[in-house]
Design a protein around this ligand. Structure first.
Ligand SMILES: Cc1cc2nc3c(=O)[nH]c(=O)nc-3n(C[C@H](O)[C@H](O)[C@H](O)COP(=O)(O)OP(=O)(O)OC[C@H]3O[C@@H](n4cnc5c(N)ncnc54)[C@H](O)[C@@H]3O)c2cc1C
Length: 394
């Protein structure tokens, strides 16, 4: 039976972050991907901010950049908008996800990791109840691989964490349902991303237009129950039908998927096992961005896997240092962002309009980084109905 120091399940950004870090630290790493092509089909708006790239630790690369983003416009239900003009343009990129994921996976391979695509992990291997590897299936062939640590980076539909005994249940409001059309032949601002808010437009979420070239963009939506009353795709179609500049376009690709926007896990480890990325709900709960979050979660788990090997200790107690590191580096900040989401979701459309009239572009950027809440609380104090919400921000 083949043996590795760590087996990583899933070759998205979370898996690649873990594989890169563990391989860099000298571990024998195997990363398994059930799809025949890493990164495809995408389930992503393909928005990557400069900050997110910095957190991943990569320089912008023409291989995966489709469009530089110079600004953003956020629309309230009545059409009032807040413009964000980035001083140090570009502030981010719309990327080609199927190339980006391959690029990250390639970095892990350069560091020494091995990847097998079209190879599905069908279950955890246990010896005397202890996780000791995985069972695989590819092209009708089944076999087993041994490793003292398994890192599950198997995305939002993760089965492995549950199989390992972790509670990955998400409450209804903590899952956004996302649908996206990559459209071409449409009228867009090719240099800016556009975001549309409102309880009729996208209850519990927003619509995004992320440009990929002069007349091509990812046009997508995320909505959440109990705020939404029909499927996400119906809201997206309504949005497009009302805009002739979009309605005239053609759809190149349809993508859909769930996004965990909350429900952070206190513990993401058990004996011989760690979970990262979407599978561990490591996503920014206000905008649903998860590529960099997954990569960072993976990187931390990869580091702890190497430390566990050195200490010859794969116990839950030892691995829980991954929990501590993630909560310190990302979790506490994301938890604050979650509070903001809980305030925004209480607002009526007329209150969103009022907020848009009173906010500046810079405020919106601050909020997504869990800053500026004091200023928002002060603003909410002006409306008697919203005063109570300020408590949620503190
Ligand atoms: C509609 C939509 C739009 C989004 N837009 C953005 C955006 O603009 N920017 C952003 O940063 N984030 C965005 N996200 C979120 C982002 O896509 C995810 O957070 C990110 O991909 C998480 O990375 P991951 O590695 O945890 O999981 P994934 O990228 O989902 O990777 C998991 C991998 O595991 C594989 N896998 C699963 N089970 C097995 C198995 N048993 N055996 C082997 N392989 C397996 C899967 O095939 C998959 O490749 C969006 C999500 C959606 C749904």
């Amino acid at each position: 039976m083949e043996r590795y120091d760590v087996v990583i399940v899933g070759a998205g950004p979370g898996g690649s972050g873990a594989a890169l870090e563990a391989a860099k630290r000298g571990l024998r790493v195997l990363m398994l991907e059930k799809r025949q092509e890493i990164g495809s089909p995408k389930r992503c708006g393909e928005g990557l901010s400069k900050n997110a790239a910095k957190r991943i630790g990569i320089e912008p690369n023409p291989m995966w950049i489709r469009r530089e983003i110079k600004g953003a416009t956020c629309y309230a239900p009545n059409g009032t908008f807040v413009r964000i003009d980035y001083k140090d343009s570009p502030e981010g990129w719309v990327i080609e996800r199927k190339l980006f994921d391959k690029y990250l996976a390639g970095m892990a391979v350069k560091a020494g990791a091995r990847i097998m695509s079209k190879t599905e992990v069908v279950g955890l291997l246990r010896e005397d109840w202890i996780i000791s590897g995985v069972e695989l299936e590819s092209n009708g062939r089944k076999w087993k691989v041994r490793a003292p640590i398994v890192i599950a980076a198997d995305g939002v539909e993760s089965m492995l964490a549950r199989e390992a005994g972790l509670d990955t249940t998400l409450k209804l409001p903590d899952v956004a349902s996302g649908v996206q059309f990559e459209m071409t032949g449409i009228d867009i601002d090719p240099d800016r991303i556009e975001l549309y808010f409102g309880n009729d437009v996208a209850p519990g979420g927003y619509v995004w237009i992320f440009p990929k070239d002069e007349n091509t963009a990812n046009v997508g939506i995320g909505v959440r129950r109990p705020y939404s009353s029909k499927p996400a795709i119906d809201y997206l179609r309504d949005f497009i039908d009302k805009r002739p500049g979009l309605k005239k376009g053609s759809i190149l690709e349809v993508n859909s998927g769930g996004v965990p926007v909350g429900g952070f896990m206190e513990s993401m480890v058990t004996d011989n096992f760690m979970v990262v990325g979407d599978a561990a709900h490591q996503v920014n709960p206000i905008h649903g961005g998860g590529m960099a979050e997954a990569f960072v979660g993976g990187r931390l788990a990869g580091q702890v896997a190497a430390e566990a090997k050195n200490a010859r200790d794969y116990s839950e107690t030892f691995l829980s240092r991954y929990n501590d590191m993630w909560w310190k580096e990302r979790g506490n900040m994301l938890k604050k962002v979650l509070k903001l989401r809980m305030v925004v979701e209480e607002l009526r459309d007329d209150e969103l309009d009022w907020l848009a009239e009173n906010l500046k572009g810079e405020d919106m950027v601050e909020f997504s980084r869990a800053k500026g809440f004091r200023m928002l609380a002060k603003l909410l104090m002006n409306k008697p109905r919203l005063m109570g919400l300020t408590k949620k921000l503190m």
